[in-house]
Design a protein around this ligand. Structure first.
Ligand SMILES: *[C@@H]1O[C@H](CO)[C@@H](O)[C@H](O)[C@H]1NC(C)=O
Length: 213
C-alpha cells in the first residue's frame, strides 16, 4: 500500500516537473518568435542607457577618509582600504613609496599595519576591533581588570554550584553506608560480649537498644 502511494507520488512529481519545463520551452520559443520590429527598439534603448550610464550609473564609492576619484577612493594620509576605512598604525613617520611602513605599533600587523592584533580574543570582520574572551578587556584584549576577574569567577562558581551539590550526594551516601556497617559491627560486638557472659539477647532487640542510645 505504501509502495503504491510512493510510486503515485513520484509519478505525479515527474509529471509536474515535465509540464513546467514544457511551459518554459514554449515561453522561450515565444520570446524567439517576437516580431522583428521590436528588436531595434530594445537595441536603441540599451544604447541610450549606456550613453547616460557613464555619468549617472557608475556609482561613486563611499570614502570614509578620502575622496572618490574616477570611481576609486583616494585616501587621506595614513588611511587604506577600499573605502579608506582602515587606519595605518605605524611605529614611525617613515613610509615606503607604496605606502607601507617599516614597523607597526604594538598590537597591529598587516602590510599597512591596518590589522588589529587581539591577544585574548577575536578581531571583527574588518580587523578594526577586538571581541575579547572573558575576562579580558581593553582594545587588544590584553587587560585584566580586578572587577571583571571577580565577576568572571563568581559566574564560574555559580555554574559549579549545582555540580558541587551533585558531587556531595555520593559522599553523603558513602558516609551513611559506612555508618550503617559500623553500627552493624557494634551490634555484633556487643552481642558476642553478652554471649560470653551467658546472656542471650536477640540481635534485633540489641540493635534497637543501641540505636536509641
Ligand atoms: C612596500 O615596499 C617595501 C619596500 O620596498 C616592501 O618591503 C613592502 O613589502 C611593500 N609593501 C607592499 C604592501 O607592497
Amino acid at each position: 500500500m505504501r509502495f503504491l502511494t510512493i510510486t503515485l507520488f513520484t509519478i505525479s512529481l515527474c509529471l509536474s516537473i515535465s509540464s513546467e519545463s514544457d511551459e518554459k520551452s514554449t515561453a522561450d520559443t515565444n520570446e524567439n518568435n517576437l516580431p522583428d520590429d521590436t528588436m531595434p527598439v530594445t537595441h536603441h534603448h540599451r544604447h541610450h542607457r549606456i550613453r547616460h550610464g557613464n555619468v549617472h550609473r557608475k556609482r561613486q564609492p563611499v570614502c570614509v577618509n578620502g575622496k572618490p576619484v574616477e570611481g576609486v577612493c583616494e585616501c587621506e594620509l595614513d588611511y587604506v582600504g577600499k573605502h579608506c576605512e582602515k587606519k595605518k598604525n605605524c611605529q614611525s613617520y617613515r613610509r615606503y613609496k607604496n605606502g607601507s611602513c617599516p614597523e607597526c605599533l604594538k598590537g597591529y600587523q598587516g602590510d599597512y599595519c591596518e590589522e588589529i592584533i587581539c591577544y585574548n580574543g577575536l578581531p571583527n570582520t574588518h580587523h578594526t576591533e577586538c571581541l575579547c574572551d572573558d575576562p579580558y578587556s581593553g582594545k587588544h584584549c590584553d587587560e585584566l581588570e580586578t572587577k571583571r576577574i571577580y565577576s568572571y569567577y563568581n559566574r564560574k562558581v555559580f555554574l559549579l554550584g549545582p555540580l558541587g551539590a551533585i558531587s556531595l550526594i555520593p559522599m553523603c551516601a558513602m558516609y551513611m553506608i559506612c555508618e550503617y556497617f559500623a553500627r552493624k559491627r557494634q551490634v555484633k560486638r556487643v552481642g558476642l560480649m553478652m554471649e560470653g557472659q551467658n546472656i542471650n539477647v536477640q540481635d534485633r532487640m540489641l540493635e534497637k537498644l543501641l540505636n536509641n542510645m
